[in-house]
Write a protein that binds this ligand. Structure first.
Ligand SMILES: *[C@@H]1O[C@H](CO)[C@@H](O)[C@H](O)[C@H]1NC(C)=O
Ligand SMILES: *[C@@H]1O[C@H](CO)[C@@H](O)[C@H](O)[C@H]1NC(C)=O
Ligand SMILES: *[C@@H]1O[C@H](CO)[C@@H](O)[C@H](O)[C@H]1NC(C)=O
Ligand SMILES: *[C@@H]1O[C@H](CO)[C@@H](O)[C@H](O)[C@H]1NC(C)=O
Ligand SMILES: *[C@@H]1O[C@H](CO)[C@@H](O)[C@H](O)[C@H]1NC(C)=O
Ligand SMILES: *[C@@H]1O[C@H](CO)[C@@H](O)[C@H](O)[C@H]1NC(C)=O
Ligand SMILES: *[C@@H]1O[C@H](CO)[C@@H](O)[C@H](O)[C@H]1NC(C)=O
Length: 516
């Protein structure tokens, strides 16, 4: 049985291994028994260490015809790229050293399937045992032996690492013990549920790689390329407000790039299908205005870097899904959460969009949890969140037709003296709202500046299958300049927002529309 992190962490000293000679060959840290390698049409990459100049013969044996590949150790490293292997298994992968010794290292029970990376902060670290319905979910774990898990240990580094310096959970077949570790340890509820929902549709192996840390800002997960692009030169530590007690309980490293360096960069050679992400809470008061640059740029940068690291195998536009922030403080007047939600979409309100291609989003603002044991910033409704994400993945990553994954978004706005008629891009299930629609008025034809203009709540009444009417009261001779929806930290009660998809599954995301 596993003890909890940090009691159980395998430490490796591979970082210095590149210069040794005379040592026998081995695989890089994150190759192991029970692992999932990326299936066809992509090619999986295998690499490791070895003594100078020896040749290495890698053999894949299992379902298909035995196949061998050879490589030579150069600069302490050997590497092979397998031919595409279709989903399934089990396979064994052995690497044999030719020269010096005949050392052999073997990975057993290897499956080929889709590999997904799961990143972010505490709401991604939140474990299966912490979520609602955890006991039922843990009981089911053993029914999904083809959904395999791996978890990177919490490590920081001032420089980009070649390999992981620690592993929290080596590649494993899921068990209730592994999924139900202590709070915020192992294994991620959103990551696991996402993988198991996908598996129910795909019916072939899924590999889940968790690499996340509670209380961390996007800057820690971003390379210097991203920070430079967004004009961030300062380290984050000094500007962070540690007074937020709920955030504090899960506070992690804040320094620029330290987690990119230690927990993402080492994984770049791995061929992956895509990534999911749940983060943003720690940026509500840290470079919040820049999140519309940092987050989309981090996605671009991860895509470019994984594409290069895998020798072109991970797609340059691999699908990237994320959870739009849920809720934190009921009644809060602070704009942090609404601003981050908006910036998570690069200020479009929906994804995918022109700026954020092949992305998908789970809206979660209607899943508040005032009584969560871990503070309201950590809602326990992770099944819903993961389910919504899995719909996005099926539609965007797998191109399944007819999977609806986006809540309604306004497509046309008509305005007369007394009303604003908002037509959504799909039929809606709408209920009257007294205060979630707000307008902003101006004497000039300009966009509302939230600091100079004030917002007024206006009543909304449903009108027909895709349209709602907002009554314009209060502009008194000025023009209605902007309209926004659900622009607050905690907009609605559980699954009780005013606008949903017609089947009542997907909430309409918040929006901010300017007339000019
Ligand atoms: C390794 O190979 C290089 C190039 O073939 C050669 O110059 C070098 O002497 C070899 N080193 C060893 C330790 O065999
Ligand atoms: C893999 O290796 C194990 C242990 O050596 C062996 O029992 C098994 O039959 C092998 N499986 C395949 C597919 O070669
Ligand atoms: C728990 O699971 C059941 C059955 O899947 C579902 O109906 C229920 O809504 C879930 N409860 C929560 C709180 O997620
Ligand atoms: C990836 O593989 C290359 C060898 O092709 C190696 O030099 C590098 O250290 C590996 N790791 C990373 C993070 O690039
Ligand atoms: C990002 O948001 C800020 C503040 O809301 C805004 O001033 C800026 O123009 C936005 N930048 C981009 C690239 O959308
Ligand atoms: C404005 O539109 C609303 C909704 O269609 C309608 O009820 C109202 O009569 C219109 N008002 C004027 C002044 O045309
Ligand atoms: C939307 O609702 C209208 C009126 O009920 C119906 O005729 C139409 O088929 C619906 N559209 C879709 C795409 O379901």
């Amino acid at each position: 049985m596993w003890t909890l992190w940090p009691g159980y962490v395998c430490f490796f000293s591979l970082l210095t291994a590149v210069t040794v000679s005379g040592d026998d060959i081995r695989f890089a840290s994150y190759y192991g028994d029970h692992m999932v390698l990326q299936k066809a049409p992509e090619k999986a990459v295998l690499w490791g260490y070895g003594p100078k100049n020896v040749s290495v013969v890698v053999t894949l044996s299992g379902l298909s015809k035995r196949k061998t590949y050879s490589s030579t150790v150069f600069d302490g490293i050997w590497r092979v790229t397998l031919d595409p292997v279709k989903a399934g298994g089990p396979y064994n992968v052995s690497a044999v050293q030719k020269g010096g010794s005949d050392a052999e290292v073997t990975l057993t029970d290897v499956l080929f399937g889709d590999v997904w990376l799961c990143g972010g902060q505490s709401n991604m670290a939140f474990t299966v045992s912490q979520m609602y319905n955890s006991s039922a979910e843990l009981d089911l774990a053993s029914r999904y032996p083809d959904v395999r898990i791996f978890q990177v240990a919490l490590e920081t580094s001032a420089a980009e690492l070649r390999d992981l310096s620690g592993i929290a959970v080596p590649w494993s077949v899921p068990t209730a013990d592994l999924l139900g570790g202590g709070d915020f340890t192992q294994f991620s509820a959103v990551c696991w549920m996402f993988g198991r929902y996908l598996y129910q549709t795909l019916r072939y192996p899924v590999g889940l790689v968790e690499s996340c840390w509670g209380g961390t800002p996007v800057e820690a997960w971003s390379s210097t390329r991203v920070l430079q692009k967004c004009g961030i030169t300062q380290g984050a530590q000094s500007s962070y407000n540690f007074m937020d007690s709920e955030l504090f309980i899960t506070a992690g490293p804040m320094h620029n790039s330290v987690l990119w360096n230690a927990m993402i960069h080492p994984l770049l050679n791995m061929t992956i299908t895509g990534a999911i992400w749940y983060q943003g809470e720690s940026n509500h008061n840290l470079n919040c205005d820049l999140y519309n640059c940092t987050f989309p740029s981090m996605i671009d940068d991860w895509r470019m870097a994984f594409h290069q690291g895998s020798g072109g195998q991970s797609a340059l536009d691999f699908p990237f899904g994320f959870v739009q922030l849920s809720t934190w403080q009921k009644g809060s007047k602070l704009d942090g959460f609404p601003d981050i939600r908006w910036h998570q979409t690069a200020d479009f309100g929906y994804v995918p969009n022109e700026r954020m291609k092949r992305t998908f989003m789970a809206v979660a603002m209607d899943l508040p949890d005032a009584d969560s044991t871990w503070g309201s910033i950590h809602p326990r409704f992770k099944q819903e969140v993961a389910y919504r994400l899995s719909l996005g993945a099926l539609a965007v990553a797998y191109g399944e037709r007819g999977v609806s994954h986006q809540g309604p978004f306004p497509s046309t706005v008509r305005i007369n003296d007394t009303h604003l008629m908002l037509t959504y891009n799909q039929n809606v299930s709408a209920t009257t709202s007294k205060d979630l629609f707000e307008i902003c008025c101006s004497t000039e034809k300009v966009q509302c500046d939230p600091l100079q203009h004030s917002w007024m709540t206006v009543p909304m009444v449903p009108q027909g299958s895709a349209t709602v009417a907002v009554t314009l009261i209060g502009c008194r001779g000025e023009h209605v300049a902007s309209l926004r929806y659900a622009w607050r930290d905690w907009p609605c009660d559980f699954k009780a927002c005013p606008v949903y998809s017609a089947d009542e599954v997907l909430p309409a995301p918040p929006f901010l529309l300017h007339r000019w």
